[in-house]
Design a protein around this ligand. Structure first.
Ligand code: UD1
Length: 316
C-alpha cells in the first residue's frame, strides 16, 4: 500500500509549500485546513495533482480527524495548523492554548492510536526568548515571552514526553524567520519581508522600526518546506527539537540594500522608534538538523529575496 501523509494547516503559507514539496517527491498527501488563516488559492498547484486530497476540516474536530486517520492509515503527520499570530495570543490566550497546545496533544494521541509512527510539529524560535545567548542552540533553556511561545514549548514537551513513553517519533521544528511567496502582508505584525515586498511593489515607502541594525536569521519557505519533508520522510530520526534556520544573520539595512537593487526608484525608507520588546539579534545554530538529516538551507538570502520581490518563487 502506498504511503499517505497528512498535512494540517495545508492552505497556510508554510503548509502549501510543504504539500507541494511532498507531492514533488511522489507522495500521496491529504491536506486539511479550516481556512481560518489559510487560503484555498495557496493550494491551486497542489489541487491539480492526482496525489493530493483536499479536506476542509478543523484539526481540532476530533470526529473528523479520527475518520481521516481510520481511512488513510497515515505514515506520518506534519502538524502545522496553529494560531500563528503572537499579538493574537496576547489578546486571546485561551484560544492560543487550545489551538497551539491542546490540538497538538490530541493529534499525537491519534498518531499513537492509529499506529502512525512519525509526527512533525511546527514549533518556533520564539521559545528561546530574547535573553538567550547567540546563536540559539536547542540545548539552551527556553524562556518563552508570549503565550504563543509558551504554548509551542508546552506542545513540544507533551510530544517529546509521548515519544519517550510510547515510542512516537516526534520531531519538533523550531522555525526562525520564514519568508517567501504567499506570506500574508496584511497585519503590521506580519513578517517584515512580506510587508516590505508588498510596499515596494506598490511604490510605497517602508518603515524601519529602530536603526535597521537588528538582525534576523531569515530562511526561505522553500527550504523550510524541504526541512519539513525530510523530517517526515527521513531515516533514522531521533525525537527532539531542531532549529530550522540558516545560521546567518541579516540586518534590515542589508535587506534594504538588496531591495534597492530590485526597486531602484523606490522612495527612501522611513525610520521610526524601535518597537517595544523588539529583539535586537536573532540567530540559530543549524547543526543539529544538519547532523540528523543532512539538511542545509540552500537558497541564498539575496536569491530568495529577488525571487520573492520579482514574483518568480511560486504562485502568490
Ligand atoms: C517574530 C514574530 C513576532 C514575535 C517575535 C519574537 C513574525 C512575523 N513575528 O518577530 O510576532 O513577537 O518573533 O519571537 O513571526 N520591522 C520593521 N518594519 C516593519 C515590520 C517589522 O522595521 O514594517 C522590524 C521589526 O521591528 C523587527 C524586524 O523588522 O525588528 C523583524 O520583524 P518581524 O518580521 O515581525 O520578525 P520578529 O521581530 O523576529
Amino acid at each position: 500500500m502506498a504511503s499517505n501523509y497528512l498535512v494540517t494547516g495545508a492552505a497556510g503559507f508554510i503548509g502549501s509549500h510543504s504539500v507541494e514539496w511532498l507531492l514533488g517527491q511522489g507522495h500521496a498527501v491529504i491536506g486539511i485546513d479550516n481556512l481560518r488563516t489559510g487560503h484555498l488559492e495557496n493550494l491551486a498547484n497542489a489541487r491539480s495533482s492526482p496525489n493530493f486530497e483536499w479536506v476542509l476540516a478543523d484539526a481540532g474536530d476530533e470526529a473528523a480527524m479520527r475518520a481521516l486517520f481510520a481511512q488513510y492509515h497515515f505514515s506520518g503527520v506534519l502538524h502545522l495548523a496553529a494560531l500563528v499570530s503572537v499579538p493574537e495570543s496576547f489578546r486571546d490566550p485561551g484560544l492560543n492554548c487550545h489551538l497551539n497546545l491542546v490540538i497538538a496533544e490530541r493529534i499525537a494521541r491519534l498518531c499513537l492510536e492509529f499506529d502512525c509512527k512519525r509526527l512533525v510539529f511546527a514549533s518556533s524560535a520564539a521559545v528561546y526568548g530574547s535573553a538567550a545567548t547567540l546563536p540559539n542552540r536547542e540545548s539552551a533553556a527556553p524562556q518563552p515571552q508570549s503565550p504563543y511561545a509558551a504554548a509551542k514549548l508546552a506542545a513540544e514537551v507533551m510530544l517529546l514526553g509521548y515519544a519517550a513513553s510510547f515510542g512516537l517519533e516526534a520531531i519538533c521544528l523550531r522555525y526562525f524567520n520564514v519568508y517567501g511567496p504567499r506570506q500574508d502582508p496584511k497585519s503590521p505584525y506580519s513578517g517584515v519581508l512580506s510587508i516590505f515586498t508588498d510596499r515596494f511593489q506598490r511604490g510605497l515607502p517602508v518603515t524601519v522600526y529602530g536603526d535597521g541594525g537588528q538582525t534576523r536569521d531569515f530562511i526561505s519557505v522553500r527550504d523550510v518546506a524541504r526541512a519539513n519533508g525530510q523530517a517526515l520522510l527521513g531515516h533514522p530520526v531521533v525525537s527532539g527539537r531542531y532549529n530550522v534556520c540558516t545560521g546567518l544573520g541579516v540586518s534590515l539595512n542589508d535587506v534594504l540594500s538588496i531591495y534597492r537593487e530590485i526597486f531602484a526608484t523606490a522612495p527612501p525608507a522611513e525610520y521610526s522608534e524601535a518597537r517595544v520588546g523588539d529583539i535586537r539579534h536573532s540567530l540559530g545554530d543549524p547543526s543539529l538538523l544538519n547532523n540528523m538529516l543532512k539538511f542545509q538551507a540552500n537558497l541564498s538570502f539575496s536569491q530568495g529575496l529577488h525571487e520573492l520581490a520579482l514574483g518568480s518563487g511560486g504562485v502568490k
